[in-house]
Ligand binder design. Structure first.
Ligand code: LRH
Ligand code: MN
Ligand code: MN
Length: 424
């Protein structure tokens, strides 16, 4: 972890400027009838979970170029996540992926407590084969034609729930790579039936206070058809399973230009939105840092969330799901967490009464302008003040660089050489 005194010293050099910026923004917002303190309180209450798998350098199917001090396993990953939360104050939980992060639950809990973190949704993995696994997932997992392969995948998901229960998680996210690469390769209808039956078996093992999230993705690794390819299939699944089943929206899992904020709105209407995997993309499931390509789209998603935040039962799991190829993953995750929090605060300062009144009289121009006014407001002083008040860093990336954390862990963690593709 980073020394508290180091964060305090870094903040001390920036605090006077921040106070001035905060006062200036506060005065400007007051003229718009907005109380800056309310926004800062909202920023401080916001949290997004870090994906354990995001702390290592990712890769493409062509190559992976690891950096210095790559985490050796889940304990190192939790250390890195602890640093991210220390500096941002916005990432209080970690989402684990099994079996990548498999460890003794007592040790996971001990480490999490030591670094000040909790656990968010568990993720199962039936999109890869593990060395000691009897049945292969080459031709599918929960929807496989072979009953024994399906049972193996079901058992794995039940094991994820068991580990999750022991560490205080309350949800399981299921994403499968099942599908087909050739027209005719599989029965689109029977494959989906098999998937539903398997999901029902997992659902029946779900504790009462848990949720199961179905995560859709348009394509990849299957390139002709994917079993859970869109929110329609995901919603159908969640509705068929029952009240503990909900849909998870990964921002990168849609065709280009799809109106994701509208999907969000529809899923909330159905009472079936469970959570997010935030990331950004240009072409496909690029897993780029949140808010770096289409910040306006991220804002529009949060605009729906804020507009509908009083919907009874709405309790979302906000998680990041990124892959970092050319940056230090800790820095990318810090920046992403701040960008997601930024979109939330920007959406929170939209004048909803004015927006509604323009909508009522079909004043499209002023409605759009009212919305954009939120997006165009530079809320950085609010985010920085929220961090300062939480004991985090005013400028988290600068503080992280100055701390020398990466160099320090690189001394302990063996150098990893580049290899072929893969996401872990
Ligand atoms: C699939 C996905 C899913 C996996 C993760 C590693 O593309 O988004 O959430 O669990 O990536
Ligand atoms: Mn995802
Ligand atoms: Mn993905």
């Amino acid at each position: 972890m980073i020394e508290e005194s180091m964060i305090e010293a870094a903040n001390a050099t920036l605090e006077a400027d921040l106070d001035a910026d905060y006062a200036g923004l506060g005065a400007r917002l007051a003229r718009r009838g907005v109380d800056i303190e309310k926004l800062t309180a909202r920023a401080m209450s916001f949290g997004v979970a870090i994906p354990s798998w995001g702390t290592g350098t990712g890769g493409t199917r062509f190559a992976r170029f690891p950096g210095a001090g790559e985490p050796r396993g889940i304990m190192d990953k939790l250390d890195d996540c602890g640093v991210i939360h220390q500096l941002t104050g916005a990432t209080p939980r970690v989402s684990l992926h099994i079996p990548w992060d498999k460890a003794e639950p007592a040790l996971l809990l001990e480490k999490a407590e030591q670094v000040g973190l909790g656990f968010d949704a568990m993720n199962s993995n039936t999109f890869q084969d593990q060395p000691d696994q009897p049945k292969s997932y080459k031709f599918g997992s929960l929807s496989h034609t072979d009953a024994l392969t399906r049972s193996q995948a079901i058992e794995h998901n039940l094991e994820c729930i068991e580990i999750g229960e022991a560490i205080g998680s309350k949800a399981l996210t299921v994403w499968i790579g099942d599908g087909s690469n050739f027209p005719g390769q599989t029965s689109l209808s029977r494959q989906f039936e098999r998937y539903l039956d398997s999901m029902k078996a997992i659902y029946s093992g779900l504790p009462d206070d848990w949720h199961i999230f179905s995560e859709h993705k348009i394509y990849e690794p299957a390139f002709y058809s994917t079993v859970v390819q869109d929110w329609g299939t995901s919603l159908m699944t969640a509705q068929e399973l029952g009240p503990k089943a909900q849909c998870l929206v990964d921002l990168g899992h849609h065709a280009p230009n799809v109106n994701i904020e509208m999907i969000v709105s529809r899923l909330i209407r159905a009472g079936k939105l469970g959570g997010f995997h935030f990331n950004d993309s240009k072409y496909g499931d690029d897993d780029l840092d949140s808010g770096t390509i289409e910040p306006f789209r991220l804002f529009l998603v949060f605009n729906e969330l804020v507009e509908l935040e009083d919907t009874p039962g709405l309790d979302l799991a906000h998680m990041i799901d990124q892959s970092h190829n050319v940056t230090d993953p800790i820095e990318s995750l810090i920046v992403s967490a701040c960008e997601i929090q930024r979109a939330y605060v920007q959406a929170s300062l939209v004048d909803r009464e004015a927006l509604e009144s323009y909508r009522e009289v079909n004043d499209a121009l002023m409605a759009a302008a009212t919305l954009r006014a939120g997006f165009r407001t530079d809320v950085e002083p609010i985010l920085a003040m929220a961090r300062l008040r939480a004991g985090a860093a005013i400028d988290p990336v600068a503080c992280y660089r100055r701390s020398g954390y990466r160099a320090r862990v690189a001394e302990k963690r063996p150098k990893v050489t580049g290899s072929g593709g893969g996401i872990v």
